[in-house]
Design a protein around this ligand. Structure first.
Ligand SMILES: C[S@@+](CC[C@H](N)C(=O)[O-])C[C@H]1O[C@@H](n2cnc3c(N)ncnc32)[C@H](O)[C@@H]1O
Length: 275
């Protein structure tokens, strides 16, 4: 099926407006292949017909399926180990000290893909909190892609995903199933998965009171305007003093000046100012 430059730009604009995902002209081939796949499954004659269907459909079900094809979902357990070590060994103990007897912690893994990140955070809490069972722990794990959320809920992983899991944690938090690894209940029990589009301001405004937000390796697919909009929603979702973590190639400071820059341990981190 032919995709003219003009039609490519129309699709790109539609996708961008709804999701923040920004496809430059250099990504035309990538987008074309995925559009063709969806239009072919629907037995449509051409991509213009598919465009009209997306634009004027009463519900978002076909759009959601296209997004499931388009998003890049690469992830693995304990990704960016130095950042997680800084969280586990420097920031978390400080948070626990400041909390005193109010043992509640809320973490949001925004753009969690197939679940490796929120389950990693859950393992870190189990390992680092003195008596984790005394804590009220909530880990909200969200993504726009409904297929990855389904995989995340099942929690069965290939060896590629667990390659950086320390052996003693593999023993404690996974059960081997043939060639795969099933995440155990002790790491699952506090994690709740939900579909949330980071560009949907209504949905975002309902998520409040978080101590930590991890949104790693997602905003690289956005442009600056959408990044700013997402960071301003995150700001509102954080408690005063709460921390935000992006991927190592994404800098909070470059996108927004609202957060406080701090040096904690050997890392530069960003938090919502206390007042
Ligand atoms: C590369 S994965 C990152 C996974 C994990 N955070 C990590 O660092 O390993 C990026 C994820 O962002 C999600 N994503 C892209 N656009 C989104 C949006 N508008 N709202 C929510 N999630 C989105 C994709 O579906 C994908 O699962």
């Amino acid at each position: 099926m032919i995709l003219s430059d003009d039609l490519f730009h129309k699709f790109a604009k539609l996708i961008y407006k709804k999701t923040g995902l920004y496809y430059e002209y250099s990504k035309k081939y990538y987008v074309h292949k995925r559009l063709e796949k969806r239009a072919g499954l629907l037995e449509l004659d051409d991509l213009n017909e598919y465009y009209l269907l997306l634009k004027f459909a009463d519900d978002t079900s076909e759009f959601d399926k296209l997004i499931n094809e388009l998003t890049v979902n690469e992830t693995y357990f304990f990704r960016d180990f130095p950042q997680l070590r800084n969280f586990a060994e420097d920031i978390l103990p400080m948070f626990v000290r400041e909390k005193g007897s109010r043992k509640q912690i809320k973490i949001w893994s925004a753009a969690c893909s197939t679940g490796e990140e929120p389950y990693t955070l859950s393992i870190i809490l189990q390992e680092m909190l003195d008596n984790p069972e005394e804590w009220d722990i909530e880990i909200l794990a969200t993504d726009i892609n409904t297929d990855v959320l389904q995989t995340a809920k099942i929690g069965l992983y290939e060896s590629r995903s667990i390659k950086d899991v320390p052996p003693e944690y593999l023993e404690r938090y996974f059960t081997r199933r043939n060639e795969k690894y099933l995440i155990n209940l002790n790491a699952r029990k506090h994690v709740c998965f939900k579909r949330i589009n980071l560009m949907d301001e209504n949905e975002m405004s309902n998520i409040n009171g978080y101590d930590f937000i991890f949104c790693r390796n997602c905003l690289i697919y956005f442009d600056d305007e959408s990044r700013k909009s997402v960071l301003s929603s995150f700001y509102e979702s954080l408690n005063p003093g709460g921390f935000i973590f992006l991927g190592h190639s994404e800098s909070v400071g470059r996108i927004s000046s609202a957060f406080k820059v701090r040096r904690i341990g050997d890392a530069i981190v960003y938090s919502r100012p206390e007042c």
